[in-house]
Write a protein that binds this ligand. Structure first.
Ligand code: UDP
Ligand code: MG
Length: 318
């Protein structure tokens, strides 16, 4: 099989029909001799998405689907799709048509010019709130600063990857997925194609601020130890300052005898030290939480229904 297209679905009933039409038109146009498949992963949608997917699958045998037992999150949905993908090349694309399917032939062509990954970089993004655009922009730049691997800025998961990269991803067992980071970590020759990101075709975003913060922390903790180092360095800095203040206190008390009752300075230093300690503990906590999630070795996801045979076992990726 030449191409698999992996599409995570969370409450996308308004987009599925149009998405399928556009995908099919594009991929049929590519005239792939080995054939293709669409893998829809229903990530616990609460609307009619699953019914629509079943209907599509009953009409088109190239439509595969996986239905999760609940909402496991976008990154896990993509991972499940990759676990089931059989194509020599695999496209990851959002269901809301913010990533234009019409770009797929270009990605596919470029991949065959000797790359293993061709990612689609957002030249512009429309229809998203200022706050989202700004936080996304800051996040990608912060991440670029604090990681050793180069994760391309302003790039989501919309991309095409070769079977080699899919195989490498399947060997990465982490529970907290940050797929665009993992793909950068894997390496190989990677290229990029630019595109203009449009607004959602229909429905509403499934990415709440909580989910975005979770994704950002997963990305940072999985690919950088800088926050831990910052905690250590600020600990040393603060204790250094505290030591100087201590010397001064002793001097004032015993030598110059020029000391004040000192309630304000006491309060300030206690509050400041308390804050710094809590932040440091919090940072460590973020890492420990992810460590313990991996130690539990739970499957990444639970599939309640699928038409992919044999059903991909979560253990394969866990
Ligand atoms: N998605 C998902 N699980 C979730 C949230 C989103 O599978 O918990 C899917 C969603 O259906 C879409 C893609 O992930 O195909 C991107 O989500 P969305 O468009 O809501 O994010 P945004 O573009 O606003 O960042
Ligand atoms: Mg979207």
């Amino acid at each position: 099989m030449d191409l698999s297209v992996v599409i995570p679905i969370y409450n996308e009933e308004a987009n599925i029909a149009l998405l399928y039409e556009r995908l099919r038109a594009v991929v049929e146009g590519m005239a792939l001799p080995g054939g293709y498949e669409f893998i829809f992963v229903n990530d616990g949608s609460r609307d009619q998405s699953m019914a629509l997917l079943r209907l599509l699958a009953s009409r088109d045998e190239r439509v595969r689907y996986l239905d999760f037992s609940r909402n496991f999150g976008h990154q896990i949905a993509v991972t499940a799709g990759l676990d089931g993908a059989q194509g020599a090349a695999v496209v990851i694309i959002d269901a809301d048509l913010q990533d234009p399917p019409e770009l797929i032939p270009e990605l596919y062509q470029k991949l065959h010019q000797g790359y293993e990954v061709v990612y689609a970089k957002r030249r512009s993004r429309r229809g998203e709130s200022r706050a989202k655009q700004l936080t996304a922009k800051l996040f990608y730049r912060l991440l670029a600063q604090i990681t050793h691997i180069s994760i391309p800025v302003d790039t989501g998961d919309f991309r095409i990857i070769s079977q080699k990269v899919v195989a490498a991803l399947r060997q990465m067992p982490e529970q907290n997925k940050f797929i665009r980071g993992q793909i950068s970590w894997i390496g190989y020759r990677q290229a990029c194609v630019e595109y203009d990101r449009t607004e959602r075709a229909g429905g509403a975003t499934g990415y709440t601020y909580r989910k975005m913060l979770g994704l950002a922390l997963d990305g940072i903790t999985a690919f950088s130890d800088v926050p831990l180092r910052v905690a250590t360095i600020s600990g040393f800095t603060v204790s250094g300052v505290a030591f100087l203040v201590m010397l001064y206190t002793l001097y004032a008390r015993f030598i110059s005898h020029d000391f004040q009752p000192g309630w304000a300075s006491l309060m300030i230093s206690i509050l400041f030290l308390g804050g710094v300690q809590l932040i440091a503990v919090g940072v460590i906590g973020e890492y420990i939480a992810r460590l313990s999630a991996n130690v539990r070795q739970r499957p990444l996801y639970i599939v309640s229904e699928t038409n992919i045979a044999p059903p991909p076992s979560p253990e394969a990726s866990a």
